[in-house]
Design a protein around this ligand. Structure first.
Ligand code: HEC
Length: 132
């Protein structure tokens, strides 16, 4: 190889390394910029979920399950409304509780056709916040 060619190649290598360095820097800057805005969005949507869940709860569920979720609301003959602050309810999976909300249980009507999927998930998230 001629010395000139070797020199050219090492210049090329240097350029490659330089562009990798720049790409890494751009990625770092992008990460620093983008991450906090992601967190902001999810914090906002958590607050929205809480607000919506609470609204759905107060309107549809508090009458039986009580404002605080302890089941002190209206008791029709039959099973007492579940106490959401009890660990027996809180330790059930989201899927189990969602199924019960959808299908109804004892004197509780089925909510499937009354609540959207979003409302069901939000009200479940709200019930989770009622745990003691
Ligand atoms: C008419 C009264 C009534 C209303 C209104 C009502 N529930 Fe219920 N709910 C009950 C009763 C009764 C049970 C069954 C208690 C038992 O025997 O386990 C129950 C059980 C549940 C359970 C299961 C708890 C567990 O530990 O398995 C969930 C979750 C639940 N209700 C959510 C809701 C949500 C969400 C709403 C509003 C959208 C709602 N309920 C409205 C009476 C009601």
């Amino acid at each position: 190889m001629t010395p000139r060619l070797t020199r050219l190649m090492s210049v090329g290598d240097g350029m490659k390394r330089e562009s990798i360095r720049l790409a890494r820097m751009a990625m770092m800057i992008a990460t620093i910029w983008v991450l906090p805005s992601f967190e902001q969005v999810s914090a906002d949507s958590r607050a929205d979920q809480f607000e919506n869940g609470k609204k759905v709860y107060v309107k549809n569920c508090a009458g039986c399950h009580g404002e605080k979720g302890t089941g002190e609301g209206y008791k029709i003959l039959g099973a007492d409304p579940a106490d959401f602050t009890a660990s027996s309810t809180q330790k059930k999976s989201d899927k189990d509780l969602l199924d019960t909300i959808h299908e109804g249980k004892a004197t509780m009507p089925s909510w499937k056709i009354r609540l959207s999927d979003q409302d069901s998930r939000d009200v479940l998230a709200y019930i989770r916040t009622l745990a003691q």
